[in-house]
Design a protein around this ligand. Structure first.
Ligand code: ASP
Ligand code: MG
Length: 406
């Protein structure tokens, strides 16, 4: 059986939005079957079905029981698997659909954001051996007590990668409505370039800093299990972008992407005591409340005092301020303030680890266009600047021109 050529393919909501689209997906799968592939397909709910289900629950309550919400949301994917199986049957392809629970996608019990712990491949392999296309509902699993769980919005990507890892295939195709990963958002930059390859770390950084291509956890999983993610469109036969180990990449650009996001706010706790444990206390509390912090900048201490600024999602600002206010006295801080009107523009690339002057070039280009930088943070492969949102398009354009159009 080890000579079976297996491929895992994931089709996102837009790729299966209508029965017409499902027919197109079935035709594509048929081509693989005709080329002797055994195909494992993971699908999302049709189009905006999941949004629709969330809306239904919100008509009943603002605070639905988490178990029941996952029970509801998981139904979207179950519709798609059955329809796709039927469609394949009509074109003479043997296929069988499975829910997450039927193939034992075991997760923790964290409803609406569960993590996959294991998948049993017995049933999948048995069906593949019988020459069936196996269709698995993405985004869903079950916990120890067999409650249905979901993996967080966009989680079908992660289902697909976890399945590829469990089955032991190297390639996992992720079909969407864009034909790959681009150097910038085409809605902002006129002619962004499609990347042939990108490393896991760059992809994670792009996702963290605003690009909405893949579910981050799917990339972490792919990195851990050395799976090549091929991001491509189900609307054409273009090659797409391969998300892969950096060591295997043919070309490494200094900067491979420019992103921008404006869903975060900046919070500053001023003049806290410059002593060990202050940051630990503050960010420890934030972690307990499940608030994720993106950029953090602490000023150099002077006169025994330092200020800490950081960014959080706008939706977490209120909770964050409450935490800061409650710790202010204990930490010796003088005030808490925040600014919601900010944008973060970032330049990301693995090549910057081995080149000089990248940060200087970023700051110079912004300065030449009169864009003031309110906060800077860097990682090994990224530089992010907080700027006024009115400059976000301009900043993206000039950075793209500087690094990607020369
Ligand atoms: N249907 C789910 C969502 O819309 C999962 C997915 O699309 O990956 O978030
Ligand atoms: Mg989706």
């Amino acid at each position: 059986m080890s000579d079976m050529k297996i491929i895992v393919q994931k089709y996102g909501g837009s790729s299966v939005a209508t029965t017409e689209r499902i027919k197109a997906v079935a035709d594509r799968i048929k081509k693989y079957v005709e080329n002797d592939y055994r195909v494992v397909v993971v699908v999302s709910a049709m189009g905006k079905t999941t949004d629709g289900l969330i809306k239904l629950s919100s008509e009943i309550t603002d605070n639905p029981d988490k178990r029941e919400l996952d029970m509801l949301l998981s139904t979207g994917e179950q519709v798609t698997i059955a329809l796709l199986a039927m469609t394949l049957h009509t074109i003479g392809i043997d296929a069988i659909s499975y829910t997450g629970s039927q193939v034992r996608v075991m997760t923790d019990g964290n409803f609406s954001n569960a993590r996959i712990q294991s998948i049993s491949t017995d049933r999948i392999m048995a069906s593949l051996r019988q020459n069936k296309v196996v269709i698995v509902a993405g985004f869903q699993g079950i916990d120890e007590e067999e409650n249905i769980t979901t993996l967080g919005r966009g989680g079908s990507d992660t289902s697909a990668v976890a399945l590829a890892a469990a089955i032991g295939t190297r390639d996992c195709e992720i079909y969407t409505d864009v034909d790959g990963v681009y150097t910038a958002d085409p809605r902002v930059i006129e002619n962004p370039k499609k990347l042939k390859e990108i490393s896991y770390d760059e992809m994670l950084e792009l996702a963290r800093l605003g690009a909405k291509v893949l579910h981050s956890r799917s990339v972490e999983f792919a990195k851990k299990y050395n799976i090549r993610l091929i991001v491509r469109s189900s609307f054409n036969y273009e090659e797409g972008t391969v998300v892969m180990p950096m060591e295997e990449m043919m070309e490494k650009f200094i900067i491979s992407g420019i992103t921008a996001k404006s869903d975060e706010a900046k919070v500053t706790l001023r003049n806290v005591a410059d002593r060990p444990g202050v940051a630990a206390m503050l960010f420890g509390k934030m972690g307990e409340q499940k608030i994720s912090v993106n950029m953090i900048v602490q000023s150099t201490g002077a006169d025994g005092k330092a200020s800490i600024s950081f960014t959080v999602l706008k939706s977490d600002v209120k909770k964050t301020i409450d935490i800061c206010e409650s710790l202010k006295n204990e930490l010796g801080g003088t005030s808490v303030d925040f600014k919601e009107n900010i944008a973060i523009v970032s330049a990301i690339g693995v090549g910057m680890t081995s080149s000089y002057g990248v940060a200087g070039r970023v700051f110079r280009v912004l300065a030449e266009h009169g864009i003031n930088i309110e906060m800077i943070s860097t990682s090994e492969i990224g530089i992010s600047c907080v700027i006024d949102p009115k400059y976000v398009e301009l900043a993206s354009k000039v950075l793209h021109a500087e690094f990607l159009e020369k």
